[in-house]
Structure formats: C-alpha cells, structure tokens
Ligand binder design. Structure first.
Ligand code: PMP
Length: 552
C-alpha cells in the first residue's frame, strides 16, 4: 500500500469517481455536442456580457482558471483544484480522509468556526489544542502529543481568524514532519494581507501539507465563491473524485479570468496595500484609546478586547455599524473588518477616537475602467507627490501627464492600454475620463480645499489656466496652433482631453495659450493647468466646504 492509499478513506480510494461528460474531453468546442443531454438553445438573458455558452456544462476544472490560479500561487497546474469557496475545499478534504463515526480532525481554537461544523455534519469528532491564551501562538508540542491514529486532518489557520496572528512555517514544518500520516491543512484565507511567506512554498517538501486559498478576501470575490486546494497531484486527483461534477459555472470562469488578468491583479494588489495601511492606521488609533486592547493582526481585521463587549457591540449597532462579537472565543472581544477609509473613520469615531480629518486622511482614489477600446488603471493620491508613473503607450501624452502630476503636486500612477494602432483618440479621451473621476473621488466632499486656482506665466508661449472645482463641468478653450501634430500626437486631442476632464471632474476650466511652438504651447497648458489644480486641491487651515451653499 502506498502512503496515500493508507490514509484516504478506503471507499473513496476504491471508487472510480463519477465521470462526467465534460471530464472525458478537455476541449469540445467546435464539435457537435450531443453527449451531455444539454439544450441546444441559449436561455433568455438580459445580461449579454461574459456569459458564453451557458446551455452547455462547464469543464469540471477549466484549464484557463487552473493556469491563472497556479501562476498567482506559484505552483504547477497539477497541484491545483478549484471549488466553490474554500469552505467547499475543506468539506472535500474531510470527506476524502475521514471515516464517519471513527476519525477525527484537530483544530486549534480560537479559530474559524466552520471546521467544527463540517466535522459535525460528517459525523467526525473534533479534538482541540487551544492556542496560547496570551499571544495566540501555536502549541506545537501539544498538537503533536494529542494526535492519535484516528486524527486524519489538522486544520491550521494562518493568519488565524479571529485572532489575526500568523504561525511560522517552521512550526508547520515541524508538525508535518512529526506526523507524516496526518494531513496538515493550512488555511491561508488572509495570507495576502500578511508580510510572511505562504505555505505554498513548502508543499513540495512535505506530501502531507495541503494549502487552501480563496479569492474571497484579498481579491474581493466573496460573492463569486472561488477556493483553491494546493497539494501534491496525487491528493488533487483523489479530491477530484469527491468534488461535485461541475463546480465552476461558465459565468464564474469568465469573471475569474477577468479579475485575475494582469490588470485585475494590479488593481487587487493596490487595494491590498491600501487595506494594509488602513489596518495599521486603525490599529494605532485604537491602541491610543484607554480601556481597550488591540491584538496585532496580519489579516484584514482587528480583534480587540474591551471591558464590556456587549455594550460596545450594541452601541455600534445603534449607530448603524455591524462588527462581530467574538466573546464566545475570547472573552469580551470584538472583531472589526477593515473597510474603506470612510467606514473605518466612522467606527473609530463611534469608539471615541477624536479624528482630525484634515490630518488623518490621505485623499486618494484607485480606479480602473475597461471598455472594448481601452483598459486603464489609475491611482491618485493628492497628499503625496510621489510616485509619478505614467504609461499610456503615447510618448508625448505620457510627458504631458507627468507634467500634470508633477506640477499638480500629486502622486499619480496610471497605465493605459488602448487601441492606439487605430489612433490616439480613445486612449486620450478615456485617460481624461479616468483622471477626472479619480480626482473627483479623491477630493471627496472637498472639505478644506482652496477650490479656486489660477496661474498666468510661461515664457515664449504664454499659457493661462483658471479652474473652479465647482461641481459643474465647463471648458473654455482658446488656442490656435500652427501645427496639427506634435510628433504623431494630434493637437486637437488636447482640447478633447480637457473637455473630458472638465466633464468628469465637474470643474470649470478656462484655458488660453498663445505662442509659436506647438510643443511649448501644449506643455505650457498642461503645466499651467497643473499649477491651477495644485492650488485648488491644496488644503487650507480650515475644514470648511468652500462654498456659501455648504456643498460643492
Ligand atoms: N477560512 C477562513 C479562516 C475564513 O475566515 C473564511 C471566511 N470567513 C473562509 C475560510 C471561507 O472562505 P471562502 O469564502 O473561500 O469559502
């Protein structure tokens, strides 16, 4: 008997596994598909985008999805199994390895509650080796000592929910090597928020380590249900026998491929960084409050202890804020998920933190926009000057946008891929739209800003720009150029750029330029406008909305 046969439930090992129509062939496209009792017609649907041939069964494990997941998790495709959320993956593991009314799983409370539920449903006993009550560290010796011959799986959650701490790979390796016939299932639902290596880096060293990952948290895909098992190929093959025949619906495959495209990953990574910095900011504020203990966290939530968790819970609820009461796990604790900057500020204020908005919040926005013509990702931070990184595929335009950010005094990272092989029109216009929207979003309610800006000077070419962040988009543009092109950049697109920007930023922009050299004139316009914008967005000493209306 080989190692795996010895530890898999005998009936699962013996069964051939259901062989679905789509499992027998990887690619049936282009064939007359009369093998799966499907309907040849598409159903009525109002959503046309990204749906595909949904009258057909999906492939049980879509190749493109496996390839993408394997790439982001740094393993080979044969080591990957994809299911409906990590919850389903855990359930599959229990059904593969545990014999009902005989076997056990081990958990290390306080930890994720669903392990217990799966075991209860399956008729499996749960043995518990608690984490340290002071710092929630793993009791490695206790885990090893308490494992017996019926213990089939040990679930280790790192970063742990609800405590937020991580277990070291060294500890996990020690457990795996001491218990070679027990599956060590490492739940890394929150690992993307931690600055520690994933256990995927050690799966090749220990055949009994399996890692579970999810797109629910860091990739903002909780509503789509995508979880992944990473293990040696032999375990993947057995787990496939237990997983339902067609777990990944066709629309879901399309969504996954879009979210995990290079652009999608760039956006997800920016948001992970934002959430991490918010977590650290919230942590600092909360620890400054008397009567509260906040546990350090490597996840997108914080656990904190107060003297009366019930009272705090009810008080927040009355203020319209739901957080999680974790008193059953750790006395008088509450767990709070890191939300957007605004949401976090509401919680902090509700808990009694005095926030000075002007000092606390960096005004920033991350935006992406995708059409058939362009794909744009923009990150803007009005309260930082660097980095400025622009790449639109149009050299002159990049140069102008760098001027805009540099002289506007704000950080902007913008990448655009457009149909520049046709002409520059769509890319320039859509970049303006995204910048306008990002600036508007970053400005928020415009509290504390200067609102107006103006500038007059330039040398040979004299550019003039005034700007009012008025909430109404208007462009007045006076410019006569001698050339229609600067390099290969059409000068008419300058007006179009500012028109789209004025429209999306909801600003009145007045631009005028005179001169001889078109390059100087356009550059002058971008710089003058940037200076005006810089003055307008800079904060004053007061925190008022600069309008007698009280709103802009
Ligand atoms: N593991 C942990 C530790 C979790 O907190 C959660 C969700 N709350 C999950 C797994 C479930 O992940 P999924 O959404 O992929 O089922």
């Amino acid at each position: 008997m080989n190692w795996l046969q010895n530890i898999v439930r005998p009936e699962i090992w013996k069964m051939a596994g259901y062989s679905s129509a789509r499992m027998e062939m990887t690619d049936v496209s282009g064939m007359i598909q009369l093998d799966a009792n499907e309907n040849p017609y598409l159903p009525y649907l109002t959503t046309k985008s990204g749906v595909g041939n949904i009258n057909r069964y999906p492939h049980p494990q879509p190749d493109a999805v496996l390839a993408r997941l394997a790439a982001i998790y740094g393993v080979s495709q044969k080591q990957v199994l994809v299911g409906r959320g990590m919850d389903e993956i855990m359930d599959v593991l229990v059904r593969v390895f545990c014999i009902p009314y005989k076997d056990k799983i081990m958990i290390t409370p306080p930890t994720y509650g669903y392990y217990q539920a799966i075991a209860d449903i399956a008729g499996i006993t749960v043995s518990k080796v608690p984490l340290s009550s002071t710092d929630f560290s793993l009791d490695v010796a206790g885990v090893i000592r308490n494992t017996d011959e019926n213990t089939k799986i040990i679930f280790l959650c790192t970063p742990n929910n609800p405590t937020g701490n991580v277990f070291s790979l060294k500890d996990i390796e020690q457990i795996a090597s001491s218990l070679p016939n027990v599956i060590i299932a490492v739940d890394e639902a929150y690992i993307e928020f931690a600055d520690v290596p994933s256990a995927t880096t050690i799966v090749h060293k220990y055949q009994n380590i399996v890692v579970m990952r999810t797109l629910s948290k860091a990739y903002a895909f909780a509503g789509v249900r995508v979880g992944t098992l990473i293990a040696i190929p032999e375990i993947i093959n057995v787990a496939r026998k237990v997983l339902a025949p067609y777990p990944i619906p066709i629309p879901v495959t399309n969504l996954i491929l879009e979210a995990l495209s290079p652009f999608g990953l760039e956006l997800a990574n920016s948001r992970i960084e934002l959430l991490k910095s918010e977590r650290d900011r919230v942590f600092k504020h909360l620890t400054s409050l008397p009567g509260i203990h906040v546990y350090p966290s490597h996840a997108n939530f914080l656990l904190f202890k107060v003297s009366d968790a019930n009272a705090v819970y009810k008080d927040l609820l009355a203020k319209g804020i739901i957080i999680r009461h974790r008193g059953k796990d750790v006395e008088n604790t509450l767990r709070f998920t890191i939300g957007s900057q605004e949401e976090n500020d509401l919680v902090l204020r509700a808990l009694g933190v005095k926030l000075d908005i002007a000092k606390q919040n960096e005004r920033q926005a991350i935006l992406n926009r995708k059409t058939n013509e362009t794909e744009i990702l923009a990150k803007i931070n009005l309260d930082k000057q660097l980095p400025v990184k622009i790449s639109t595929g149009i050299g002159f335009f990049d140069h102008m946008l760098e001027q805009l950010a540099k002289h506007g005094g704000f950080s902007m990272e913008l990448s655009a891929k457009g149909d520049t092989h046709i002409d520059y029109h769509h890319t320039v216009e859509d970049v303006a739209i995204v910048i306008g929207q990002a600036l508007k979003q970053a400005l928020g309610d415009k509290r504390g800003i200067n609102r107006y800006g103006f500038v007059l000077p330039m040398d040979e070419a004299c550019a003039f720009a005034t700007l009012d962040l008025s909430g109404r988009g208007v462009l007045i543009y006076e410019a006569k150029f001698k050339n229609l092109l600067i390099g290969d950049f059409p000068v008419e697109m300058v007006e179009h750029f500012f028109l789209s920007l004025a429209d999306q930023l909801e600003a009145a922009i007045h631009l005028k330029v005179t001169g001889d050299n078109s390059h100087h004139m356009v550059e002058g316009l971008f710089k003058a406008f940037a200076k005006a914008l810089n003055q307008a967005i800079n904060r004053t000493n007061n925190n008022n909305v600069p309008s007698t209306k009280g709103t802009l």
